[in-house]
Design a protein around this ligand. Structure first.
Ligand code: SF4
Ligand code: SF4
Ligand code: SF4
Length: 239
């Protein structure tokens, strides 16, 4: 490294170096973060899928793509904390790792369905389990789930003793483009019930697009409709 490169590197990391989390012990930039909720550690009763293995896969994929050095080379001038790529995985829709305010968020989900072939006993356990008032029980034992209100937490299916409410699909909701700061914004949903392979493919496409983009406005494209449509199409081809 010649002296001018040293100066350039010092200038680029002059802000990030003030925070331990952005710089390794040997002075290399850490330009992405992967947060996971603590569902496994605390034996959380809401946990649908342990988030840490997927968080490790996300980190592994970004390392495989050499995301850190490539983003470092791409950003002109000083790198600021908001320019780092933030990802999060949550083990259930309670979303304790705040994926909705990350660039790339993943939330484990389980959707449920009513099975009319199993007779409801009107025990009301599902009503007690549902925090979103998404279930209606009628006197004739008809069960109705309001899918607009349902958060896909799967709790009602777990407590139903007769199978009147059953698990339908498991997977992940992928959300993109959330942020905090001067102009905060909730992430938009890319897709529901994604497989792990689809999550990692979506991540790879987003990361390559970030690294191919121009200027310092790195993540705005993540919520644009044409990009979301293109990404959904690409993910249909992934198992
Ligand atoms: S996101 Fe869900 S599983 Fe994870 S800690 Fe919070 S409540 Fe528990
Ligand atoms: S899955 Fe969760 S939110 Fe949806 S109806 Fe069942 S308990 Fe309510
Ligand atoms: S938990 Fe099952 S059996 Fe009990 S009221 Fe709800 S749907 Fe009916």
């Amino acid at each position: 490294m010649n002296p001018s490169q040293t100066i350039q590197q010092e200038d680029k990391l002059s802000v990030l170096r003030k925070y331990e989390k952005y710089v390794t012990k040997d002075g290399k930039a850490i330009l992405f973060s992967t947060k996971s909720c603590r569902g496994e550690e605390v034996s959380c009763p809401f946990l649908l899928k342990a988030p840490r293995p997927l968080a490790r896969e996300i980190k592994g994929k970004l390392d495989e793509l050499s995301f850190n050095p490539r983003l470092y080379d791409k950003i002109p001038g000083r790198i600021l904390p908001h320019m780092t790529f933030k990802t999060a995985v949550a083990g259930c829709p309670n979303s304790c790792s705040t994926p909705q305010i990350k660039d790339f968020g993943v939330i484990a989900q389980e959707s449920v369905v009513v099975d009319p072939s199993c007779e409801c006993t009107l025990c009301r356990k599902c009503l007690k389990a549902c925090r979103d008032a998404a279930i209606t029980l009628k006197e004739d034992k008809t069960v109705i789930i309001d899918q607009e209100k349902c958060m896909k937490c799967g709790l009602c299916a777990r407590v139903c003793p007769t199978g009147s409410i059953k698990l339908d699909k498991k997977g992940y909701s992928i959300v993109l483009g959330g942020k905090i700061g001067r102009h905060p914004r909730f992430a938009v949903q890319l897709m529901e019930h994604a497989t792990e392979e689809q999550v990692l493919k979506a991540l790879e496409i987003c990361a390559e697009r970030i690294l191919a983009g121009k200027g310092r406005n790195l993540y705005e494209f993540l919520i644009r409709k044409p990009f979301l449509e293109e990404l959904r199409k690409a993910l249909k081809e992934v198992a």
